[in-house]
Ligand binder design. Structure first.
Ligand SMILES: *[C@@H]1O[C@H](CO)[C@@H](O)[C@H](O)[C@H]1NC(C)=O
Ligand SMILES: *[C@@H]1O[C@H](CO)[C@@H](O)[C@H](O)[C@H]1NC(C)=O
Ligand SMILES: *[C@@H]1O[C@H](CO)[C@@H](O)[C@H](O)[C@H]1NC(C)=O
Ligand SMILES: *[C@@H]1O[C@H](CO)[C@@H](O)[C@H](O)[C@H]1NC(C)=O
Ligand SMILES: *[C@@H]1O[C@H](CO)[C@@H](O)[C@H](O)[C@H]1NC(C)=O
Length: 396
């Protein structure tokens, strides 16, 4: 009798879960998506999103395999429960001129517990847009090309198992996010695509980026002001400009950068390995502290270890003494080959020297020859293997 009752309960609860699950999955095809790669499916996606967002409990927006053309769309929260954005299809961006200079193509905002997954991809249609890029290094003010996907004011979310191809501007960006994990994503764009940063973040904390492959035309990962407690682990980068903190100091009232760990990365044929970059003049005060770069393999990288506090790419800035203060940066187990002779290049501010810089077990080779290092205003300690010989000074 007991077993019959429990069987009944088991059956009943299974049915219940099944029905509830079905109720909360919103297939975009049921909201009018054509999936023909031409018709605008953004209204159908938005319709499915509204339903999911207003459902109690966990719900899903399901994008089955197929190609969907989407005009710019933003998925807003807050929602009534966690949402799974199950993206199995290919989403393609519009290529009209009106879509070139937007904040983003696809936005997710004010959502707690978003899970984006599914093996699908985002195609930003970049090649048609790149000729219109105005943000070359020499321009002082410019409107950047559209970011493919932007996450703003997100909490406790996870983005995994998706690919971003040929974004117009940045591939992905995080703004004011907390506790977001990006894992197993792929980013692909040619090395000559302009300003196509892979993953950019600003004013965000507790961000983890793991197990991802980024090949693009600009920084693989760029970490802007207000980034705190960031963990970047097991990233393959290249082509691209490497992993970059900054630029910092350009705007007044920037937030500090603190607690960044970058480990187990492989950078191949990139412009930089790990870089910290701050504006020289004008430069507003800020601080960068507690950074660790550990187990970084570089393969034919131009600037494996670089701090550039003299950043002044246009005619309106001047050489000067950056007011950004950098302290507590550890470079550990950095090895491989460099494509320029100066493998360790630490150019710090004369007004705010870099302090507490650690170099530990550095082994970099330049075309089979010894590499060199160059330092200005750098204080700290070197330990273990130092190839090239360290040029940082001890603070007496
Ligand atoms: C959703 O949950 C709220 C609060 O618990 C409740 O008032 C509402 O009736 C529920 N809606 C549905 C459709 O179940
Ligand atoms: C990625 O998504 C596809 C499609 O849903 C799935 O089959 C696959 O297992 C996922 N991979 C991972 C690593 O989650
Ligand atoms: C970063 O994440 C990796 C992978 O989960 C973990 O092993 C490591 O301890 C983390 N590091 C920090 C400083 O949190
Ligand atoms: C430095 O940053 C790491 C990782 O982000 C964090 O775990 C640690 O507590 C920080 N240390 C200090 C002294 O702030
Ligand atoms: C780094 O990546 C390159 C290019 O994919 C690969 O050939 C190489 O084996 C990798 N090296 C390490 C140490 O992971």
């Amino acid at each position: 009798m007991g077993s019959i009752i429990s069987m009944f309960f088991l059956l009943f609860s299974c049915i219940n879960i099944e029905v509830q699950g079905q109720n909360n999955i919103f297939n975009v095809l049921n909201f009018g998506a054509k999936a023909d790669g031409k018709s605008d499916d953004s209204k159908a996606f938005y319709g499915a999103w509204i339903k999911a967002c207003n459902s109690n409990g966990t719900s899903a927006v399901w994008i089955p395999k197929g190609t969907y053309m989407l005009n710019p769309v933003t998925f807003n929260g807050p929602c009534k429960g966690p949402i799974n954005f199950q993206m199995e299809g290919i989403l393609t961006a519009p290529s009209e001129k009106s879509s070139l200079f937007l904040d983003c193509w696809i936005g997710f905002k004010h959502i707690d517990q978003l899970e984006m997954n599914g093996g699908g991809s985002l195609d930003g249609q970049g090649p048609l847009a790149w000729p219109y890029n105005r943000c070359s290094g020499k321009v002082e003010h410019c409107i950047p090309l559209t970011t493919s996907v932007k996450f703003a004011y997100m909490t406790r979310s996870r983005i995994s198992n998706i690919t971003s191809i040929n974004s117009k501007g940045f591939h992905m960006s995080l703004f004011e996010c907390s506790d977001v994990m990006i894992i197993n994503v792929k980013v692909q764009a040619p090395d000559n695509s302009p300003n196509t940063d892979g993953i950019h973040m600003a004013k965000s904390k507790y961000i983890q980026i793991f197990d991802s492959e980024i090949a693009t035309g600009d920084d693989c990962i760029s970490i802007g002001d207000g980034s705190r407690t960031i963990n970047v682990t097991n990233i393959k980068c290249g082509p691209g400009h490497g992993i970059s903190i900054g630029s910092l100091g350009k705007a007044p009232n920037e937030d500090i950068v603190d607690g960044i760990t970058v480990t187990k990365c492989n950078l191949t044929s990139t412009k930089n390995g790990v870089r910290i970059k701050t504006w020289s003049n004008p430069s507003y005060p800020n601080t960068v502290s507690n950074l660790t770069f550990d187990h970084i393999y570089v393969n034919n990288v131009a600037n494996p270890i670089i701090i550039d506090q003299n950043y002044c790419p246009n005619m309106h800035c001047k050489q000067g003494f950056s007011r950004v203060r950098i302290s507590g940066v550890a470079y550990r187990n950095i090895w491989g080959t460099t494509s320029t002779q100066v493998a360790v290049n630490l150019q710090c501010s004369q007004a705010n020297p870099c302090e507490n810089i650690e170099l530990r077990d550095i082994n970099l080779v330049y075309h089979g020859l010894p590499a060199t290092s160059s330092c200005s205003n750098v204080y700290g300690e070197a330990y273990g293997i130092q190839k090239p010989p360290s040029c940082i000074r001890r603070l007496l």
